[in-house]
Design a protein. Structure first.
Length: 101
């Protein structure tokens, strides 16, 4: 029940914000920053995953395969500028590292 109420509240908040404050009514400074919002949020999630705790008390980087996959994804993103290719490259590297280890 709590999950359903939370989902409804989140959905309602999104709808209200989209209908009351559409993007074309935002100031120009905010509109210029909107395309960078999703990559920034994703980068924050990835940064947390990279420095996550491996054990119950041991801080440090996550699995070495994850770090390798992240590096390959960064190189592919830099080279090809396509949002799908880095994801596919990272998944491929993560699978190869898991199979080989």
């Amino acid at each position: 029940m709590t999950l359903l109420v939370s989902a409804a509240a989140t959905y309602g908040l999104r709808i209200v914000l989209i209908t009351l404050v559409p993007a074309h009514r935002l100031p120009a400074v905010l509109r210029r920053g909107l395309p960078h919002l999703a990559p920034a949020a994703l980068a924050g999630l990835v940064a947390v995953a990279v420095v996550a705790h491996v054990g119950p008390q041991a801080p440090g980087p996550a699995h070495p395969g994850f770090v390798a996959a992240l590096a390959v994804a960064g190189l592919v993103a830099w080279r090809f500028r396509n949002p799908a290719l880095p994801v596919l490259a990272a998944v491929a590297v993560a699978i190869v590292v898991e199979v080989l280890s």
